[in-house]
Write a protein that binds this ligand. Structure first.
Ligand code: AMP
Ligand code: MG
Length: 310
């Protein structure tokens, strides 16, 4: 506890100086900076090598801070009460007096916002005088980071500080919901859309395809381990690492398991670190067996589809 307290204070000192640092969240690690500071936000884009037209998510501690920057509505209130803090991101309209840097939103009049659940990050957000803009802590288009060692691997010495908060409990990014006109899902993520549908009892469109221009970050190649990847494979080819959803009796050294017993939640948590491990072992190709397209399996398949465009 004590060391956490001093680490949180250290993180605050960096952020107050408009530096960016890595922070833990329950989804994936974030590369965070003061969302009200142009210079801080510009540093995030530069470090990540992220195109400036791909807007960032802004992280708040509570509603009070959010209301100064965004206009909320009935759908937001319902979802917020049920799922925040947690792995859901809302796209809302900006208020006239919003202090969010225009570099966060790429000059749009909407912004993506989230209330992360990780206790360490919540304690940090509570003592800051500004919300944190934070995309995933990885180089653009590469695998997201779910533990401090991943962040280190991505940025090396270029990143000044990592607030260490262990392994991310969910391991895939947040689900993004657009609430600015007809409600729609812009990115599949850690919160199952069936749960959202139960709360919002109206039609919800899923607009997570690349050709959709509402969410500019939905590039076709994304979440890539940097080697070719095939999905729905029954038998691997020579030299391919083979990833299976559950442990098998018959195994070989190129077989890797996402979970012991077909557990999709564990599989999601293991997805990025397992791909990182396979890449680091020197494999040049990777094949995945068919992952059930239900629950968080939908999110896993979404990520694999994008990674397979490599
Ligand atoms: P990341 O920071 O990598 O988790 O990606 C955040 C994603 O949120 C972006 O790639 C966009 O797809 C989405 N996003 C952020 N801001 C907006 C916005 N104002 N409107 C629509 N989508 C957004
Ligand atoms: Mg990302």
């Amino acid at each position: 506890m004590k060391s956490n307290q001093s680490n949180i204070k250290k993180a605050k000192r960096y952020l107050d100086r408009n530096e960016c640092i890595a922070v833990p969240t329950e989804t994936v690690y974030g590369l965070a900076g003061n969302a009200y500071s142009d210079s801080s936000v510009k540093k995030i884009f530069k470090l990540k090598k992220r195109p400036t037209n791909n807007p960032l998510i802004v992280h708040y501690h509570n509603l009070k801070g959010l209301k100064e920057d965004c206009i909320i509505n009935e759908d937001f209130k319902k979802l917020y009460n049920k799922f925040s803090p947690g792995p859901i991101t809302y796209v809302l309209k900006l208020t006239k007096n919003s202090k969010i840097s225009k570099f966060v939103t790429n000059n749009k009049n909407t912004v993506a916002v989230r209330f992360p659940k990780h206790p360490l990050l919540r304690r940090l957000l509570k003592i800051l005088n500004y919300p944190l803009a934070a995309p995933s802590a990885n180089i653009f288009s590469k695998l997201s980071s779910v533990q401090p060692s991943d962040v280190k691997e991505e940025f090396g010495n270029k990143l000044k500080y990592i607030l260490k908060g262990g392994r991310c409990s969910i391991g895939v990014e947040s689900t993004i919901v657009n609430l600015t006109n007809n409600i729609s899902i812009l990115r599949l993520g850690g919160l199952n859309i069936s749960k959202i549908k139960k709360i919002i009892k109206k039609k919800i469109l899923i607009k997570n395809k690349t050709k959709n221009k509402i969410s500019p970050g939905l590039f076709s190649i994304h979440y890539s381990p940097g080697i070719p990847l095939r999905m729905n494979v029954k038998k691997p080819k020579k030299g391919e690492a083979f990833v299976l959803i559950k442990k098998r009796k018959i195994s070989s050294k190129n077989y890797f398991f996402l979970s012991k017993n077909n557990n999709l939640i564990k599989a999601a948590k293991n997805l990025y670190p397992l791909m990182r491990k396979i890449k680091n072992k020197g494999y040049k190709k990777i094949a995945f067996e068919k992952i059930p397209n239900i629950g968080i399996g939908l999110t896993i398949n979404d990520r694999l589809e994008r990674a397979s465009k490599y």
